[in-house]
Write a protein that binds this ligand. Structure first.
Ligand code: RRO
Length: 313
């Protein structure tokens, strides 16, 4: 028997493959479909204190190598996701879920976490430190002192399992500096990576950008970002206290991609652009493709190859 089961923060999941926040997770209808798919669980769209409409459309565009988006954090508000997940959790006591949230400053982050505490939420929180698309708001994850300050406040005020969604980093010094900060805190996990921020895709015939917000600048996902995602997963796998697990996100569209993320050190993987393109049936396909690879290599569980990337002598 080949198992793709995993655990994050001591919570067990029967499959290590799930959606990435932002894709198929904006409302009850979408979340229910993911819940009933082959995915191990779901994460919600990042919830803010107030519901948000997000940026004007078109705000998402698919290219042959991936996607560009500038959604601008459209969401129903944290309360909506918290209510729905709590309801679901009562029906399915054995299954665990992730709620993503993001504030516009540390005070808002703490208010969001207080709501989660007051709701007696037993699942896992993903604090998004890396939205690239809110005009005028830089990505928190690139401001190292602010990340440190937020995590200090978060762990003084929130006791449940919590991970952070990080932007991609591109320099060894930045991996070192960020790992040093992350290692100070009892994080359940980090999620590498959010989209590569502020790319530009152009329609050559029209000599025009393809999305409306920010004059076409947006977060890049899909094939373009897999090497960057793998590098971030592995760089942090090498540097973090082993108690901090890693969720790998970026460029996953087949079983080989899932395998590579796990080989680099991911304990779970998330699918964004490819889920958007293919729909929730993708989870069944990815799981079967991963199992086929594991069988061919003689692996029966993900611990058999997790983090075991080899280097050249
Ligand atoms: O909503 C978005 O524009 C968005 C978010 Br919050 C995020 O974290 N990553 C992304 O690519 N888009």
């Amino acid at each position: 028997m080949i198992s793709t089961a995993t655990s994050i923060a001591q919570q067990k999941f029967n499959n290590c493959i799930m959606n990435a926040s932002g894709v198929w997770c904006s409302d009850e209808k979408e979340l229910t479909i993911i819940d009933n798919s082959a995915a191990g669980t779901f994460v919600t769209k990042s919830g803010t204190l107030q519901p948000r409409e997000g940026n004007p459309s078109p705000r998402y565009f698919e290219t042959s190598w991936g996607s560009i988006n500038s959604m601008g954090l459209p969401n129903r508000g944290l309360d909506y996701y918290l209510d729905f997940v709590q309801k679901l959790q009562q029906q399915k006591r054995q299954k665990h879920y992730f709620i993503s949230c993001t504030g516009f400053n540390v005070q808002e982050d703490l208010l969001l976490l207080k709501k989660i505490t007051d709701a007696d939420f037993k699942g896992i929180v993903e604090l998004n430190l890396s939205c690239p698309n809110v005009p005028g708001k830089p990505q928190t994850g690139y401001d190292f002192a602010t990340v440190d300050m937020i995590l200090k406040n978060v762990f003084e005020n929130y006791a449940g399992p919590l991970g952070v969604k990080l932007p991609p980093y591109f320099d060894i010094v930045h991996f070192n500096q960020m790992a040093q900060i992350l290692n100070k805190y009892p994080l359940a996990y980090i999620n590498c990576v959010n989209s590569i921020g502020n790319g530009l895709y152009i329609d050559d015939e029209k000599e025009q950008v393809v999305i409306k917000p920010k004059n076409g600048f947006g977060g890049i996902g899909g094939d373009y970002i897999k090497p960057t995602a793998l590098a971030n997963v592995h760089a942090f796998y090498q540097r973090l206290d082993p108690k901090i697990q890693i969720i790998g996100t970026g460029g996953i569209k087949n079983g080989q991609d899932v395998f590579e993320h796990i080989l680099c050190g991911a304990s779970m993987v998330q699918v964004g652009t490819a889920l958007m393109k293919e729909g929730p049936d993708i989870f069944e396909r990815l799981t079967q493709e991963l199992k086929t690879i594991m069988q061919a290599k003689g692996y029966s569980k993900i611990a058999d190859f997790k983090g075991k990337l080899k280097y050249l002598a």
